[in-house]
Design a protein around this ligand. Structure first.
Ligand SMILES: C[S@@+](CC[C@H](N)C(=O)[O-])C[C@H]1O[C@@H](n2cnc3c(N)ncnc32)[C@H](O)[C@@H]1O
Length: 246
């Protein structure tokens, strides 16, 4: 069970200080649920989408898997599909906890597709023979100038009919809209129990760590990377998810 996220009640929000370390791992499910409007809908919907795109005999990637919310949903959804899921994350703390959760699922006899949990950087992932790749709020942490190459390698490794799910916090070109959408997002956080101080500290801590881009920038980059069609299938305030088909 996830602890309640009270991290920024005690921790100062030094600009750019946010890390996916042990303290974040302890509260992560609560933190992401109370911070990302729509997260609790996006995750099961990726499970649904996975059944449409994952092909027998291929690999399905969960890139920046954290505690494996998406992997655990896809594992169940693809139990009968003869796929292997590779879940990669660069944070040792996330990977260690995720392995424990997966062992619990196995011990409980939960049926599912086999999963390899990899501690590593998704910029080094081998996408050969994959049919689906998921970046659920991960690309926003990769340096902007390296995003195109990563997506192009993912597109090249996908088999025909394959797809990539990209969920991101986006920014808005129009300043007025950026302000309104930010206000509405902060209302969501207030409604879910975060104080003004916690909101301000977390925002500062994520400065220059989470780098949002516009919807246009994401859609264009996906097309440039080799995808033939991009559909924005979810948006709530500045939180979007795209489906890019090869
Ligand atoms: C917001 S979390 C992702 C949430 C997760 N996908 C989910 O649906 O619950 C971002 C994750 O990406 C990981 N990450 C960031 N940059 C990475 C990289 N270059 N390679 C691998 N993992 C990365 C972080 O360690 C963190 O666990």
């Amino acid at each position: 069970m996830s602890e309640k996220d009270t991290l920024f009640q005690h921790q100062s929000g030094d600009p750019g200080s946010f890390r996916f370390d042990e303290r974040v791992v302890d509260v992560f499910p609560d933190m992401i649920d109370r911070s990302v409007p729509g997260y609790s809908l996006i995750v099961p919907m990726i499970g649904q989408l996975s059944r449409r795109f994952a092909q027998p005999g291929t690999v399905v990637h969960d890139l920046g898997a954290s505690l494996g919310a998406v992997t655990l949903v896809m594992r169940r959804a693809l139990a009968d599909r003869d796929v292997r899921i590779v879940a990669t994350d660069t944070s040792p703390a996330m990977v260690a906890r995720f392995r424990e959760l997966l062992a619990d699922a196995d011990a409980n006899g939960d049926p599912g597709a086999p999963v390899d949990v990899v501690e590593g950087d998704i910029r080094n992932t081998d996408f050969t023979n994959s049919s689906l790749a998921v970046l659920n709020f991960t690309l926003q942490f990769v340096p902007v100038e390296e995003r195109g190459e990563l997506l192009a390698r993912a597109a090249a490794g996908l088999c025909d009919g394959g797809a990539l799910v990209l969920s991101e916090k986006i920014r808005f070109e129009d300043e007025g809209e950026q302000e309104r959408q930010t206000d509405w997002h902060h209302d969501y956080k207030r409604l879910h129990g975060y104080s003004e101080l916690e909101i301000a500290r977390k925002r500062a801590a994520l400065e220059r760590v989470l780098l949002p881009e516009t919807r246009d920038e994401h859609e264009r980059r996906l097309l440039d990377a080799g995808f033939s069609r991009v559909t924005r299938w979810f948006q709530c305030f500045g939180f979007c998810s795209f489906l890019a088909e090869k």
